[in-house]
Design a binder for this molecule. Structure first.
Ligand SMILES: C[S@@+](CC[C@H](N)C(=O)[O-])C[C@H]1O[C@@H](n2cnc3c(N)ncnc32)[C@H](O)[C@@H]1O
Length: 352
């Protein structure tokens, strides 16, 4: 547990520091309020000082936005995130945010962090992410293939890009289809699609504890608890008629707990799925690997590498279904990776 220290009204205070991207606590820390000028705040934050916000909540949000505009846009995303993460807020022992005009952030904090264990300091930027995620969780994301909504928890991959879900909803099922594994289940959405398609028993796994809790929550809401088991890890024991996996689409190191579903360090999960497949497929069974070609378009991996891994694992491609994303960023011309995103193809590889 790391702590953060500052002096206020001639008293030294020390409180638990929490950061989802494992940022070290900034030092020194100075309390600031509405009287600080944005230029001063930028200068301090860039130099490494933590700014503990004591002013009005909405003014704090505006200051964060102003910092965002001023921090050099050519700075790498990591540097930018670090500097913006130096505007801090203090949460009371029950997660109450004691600032003028502050909303009640307690339910969102309990949902993201679990039951409170005492006062803590987090960055305002992280708190805004927690609040946004809570809205998603309450509202849910419509999944047409299920005719229902799934409710993503904080830090769990949300199926907002429905096109890959449709691939799993429409690909031809193998002749024998009693059991399935859904590896890296996230919200549990693909396990639910398989159960709704008539697979009698699905085992869904994930390495992220938040995903496990989230998948169990969604499975129960959808009334599928009797047919979907949610377990930690990658491969469960035994074999299945169908193994589905939608691993993180980009090789690379996640910089926070919330992008562990986007980045797969060294393609570890992808390689784990492929290397374990033949030992976990029942006779006549099929593996469905859902993968975007974005990593290839960004030059992070090649098609030859992927096909080599598939062949190296003793697998054969028996078919593929392609789809084009309907992702809003695909149509955003200000996105520097626009061209790659516009051309992106998501493929369901059928492997045996
Ligand atoms: C792209 S998300 C897909 C989630 C869900 N299947 C879907 O399609 O919406 C990838 C998931 O794989 C999980 N994951 C990443 N590495 C893993 C590993 N080594 N073992 C198990 N799960 C892993 C992540 O936590 C995440 O939930």
């Amino acid at each position: 547990v790391s702590t953060i220290r500052w002096t206020e009204s001639a008293t030294t205070r020390s409180v638990r520091w929490h950061s989802e991207n494992a940022s070290p606590p900034p030092h020194p820390v100075v309390p600031v309020d509405d009287t600080i000028r944005a230029d001063t705040a930028v200068r301090l934050a860039v130099a490494g000082t933590g700014l503990l916000w004591r002013g009005d909540y909405h003014n704090g949000r505006q200051l964060l936005a102003a910092l965002g505009r001023r921090v050099d846009r050519s700075a790498s995303p990591g540097v930018r995130a670090t500097v913006l993460g130096r505007l801090l807020i203090h949460l009371d022992a029950d997660y109450a945010l004691n600032l003028r005009r502050a909303p009640d952030v307690r339910p969102a904090c309990v949902a993201a962090y679990g039951p409170p264990t005492g006062p803590m300091v987090v960055s305002l930027r992280e708190l805004l992410g927690v609040l946004g995620a809570h809205q998603w969780r309450l509202r849910g994301v419509a999944v047409p293939a299920l005719g229902a909504r799934v409710h993503p928890h904080y830090g769990v991959f949300a199926p907002v890009r429905g096109e890959y879900v449709d691939l799993v909803a429409t690909a031809p099922l193998p002749a024998r289809r009693r059991t399935a594994f859904d590896l890296g289940t996230g919200t549990g959405v693909l396990a639910a699609v398989l159960a709704r398609r008539g697979i009698a028993h699905v085992t869904a796994t994930d390495s992220n504890p938040r995903a496990l809790a989230c998948a169990r929550d969604n499975v129960a809401r959808l009334g599928l608890a009797g047919r979907i088991d949610v377990r930690p890890g990658l491969y469960p024991d035994g074999r299945a008629d169908l193994v589905v996996a939608n691993p993180p689409w980009l090789p690379g190191r996640p910089t926070s707990t919330v992008d562990g579903a986007v980045y797969d360090p060294d393609s570890a999960m992808l390689r784990g799925v492929l290397s374990g497949l033949s030992a976990h497929l029942a006779p006549g069974g099929e593996g469905w690997l859902v993968l975007s070609d974005l990593a290839e378009r960004f030059g992070l991996r090649t098609r030859e590498w992927l096909l080599g891994e598939i062949a190296g694992a003793g697998l054969r491609v028996v078919g593929r279904l392609d789809t084009r994303p309907r992702h809003p960023r695909a149509a955003d011309p200000t996105d520097p990776r626009h061209a790659a995103r516009r051309a992106e193809v998501v493929t369901l590889w059928r492997l045996s």
